[in-house]
Design a protein around this ligand. Structure first.
Ligand SMILES: CC(C)(COP(=O)(O)OP(=O)(O)OC[C@H]1O[C@@H](n2cnc3c(N)ncnc32)[C@H](O)[C@@H]1OP(=O)(O)O)[C@@H](O)C(=O)NCCC(=O)NCCS
Length: 197
């Protein structure tokens, strides 16, 4: 089944490609359902954002300008290993990610140092509801240098520039990164995350 799906992904026919993307999204959605049930929904307004900032050695680019989609998988697999609910990501997850109706390569921010990708932030603009940060990760050896903060602030500015006025994200119930987001103005929402978050 998996090899059939991967073969289909390489086909140039757009309909087949779209169908393949839908199947990947469905499979990945089933895998992620439990993780979402154990998460807290944080949100903040997109007014009064801190100014975009980044250390001088850091370049922040976007997926449409970056040379390798696989770098997203490498960062995910290294940075999130050991976190609750971690699942190694591969072609299936990458296809599901790109098949989302809200996928926007310009909202996929990639931090690079000397051309090497060291972190990402996924900022998804949703026209008919709160926009979302669906991923943020920095490679272990590059943490504590202000990269995560710089990526997140850049993502928030991007969403505001697209027209969003509010942003949401999910963190694990017992995750220390919650305080990282709270430093940047995020607060818990009363409503639990929607199953289709
Ligand atoms: C969370 C993460 C992206 C932070 O990236 P980073 O580049 O190390 O963060 P920064 O260096 O920009 O830190 C900014 C501030 O947040 C604090 N901070 C960073 N990570 C933190 C954490 N895990 N818990 C609490 N505070 C944290 C820093 O101390 C710093 O505070 P300061 O400004 O007072 O010095 C990174 O630790 C990571 O990739 N973690 C694994 C993936 C993950 O958990 N992602 C979030 C899923 S919701």
């Amino acid at each position: 089944m998996r090899s059939l799906l991967l073969t289909a992904a390489k086909q140039p026919m757009p309909n087949l490609r779209a169908a393949f993307g839908k199947i990947c999204r469905m499979l990945v959605g089933l895998q992620e359902r439990k993780i979402k049930q154990e998460s807290v929904l944080l949100s903040r307004s997109l007014q009064n954002l801190p100014d975009p900032e980044s250390p001088p050695y850091l370049e922040i680019t976007t997926l449409d300008r970056h040379y390798s989609e696989e770098d997203l998988l490498n960062i995910h697999n290294e940075a999130l290993a050991g976190t609750s609910g971690f699942k190694r990501a591969g072609s299936l997850q990458l296809e599901a990610f790109k098949a989302s109706p809200h996928h926007d390569p310009k909202g996929v921010l990639i931090a690079r140092i000397d051309g090497v990708a060291v972190g990402y932030c996924f900022a998804r603009y949703i026209p008919d509801g709160p926009s979302k940060i669906t991923g943020l990760a920095v490679l272990n050896n590059y943490r504590g240098m202000g990269i995560g903060r710089a990526l997140l602030i850049r993502g928030l500015h991007y969403l505001r520039q697209r027209g969003a006025d509010r942003v949401q994200l999910l963190v694990d119930l017992d995750d220390s990164t919650r305080s990282f987001y709270e430093q940047l103005g995020f607060e818990p929402e009363k409503d639990p995350p929607h199953p289709r978050w």
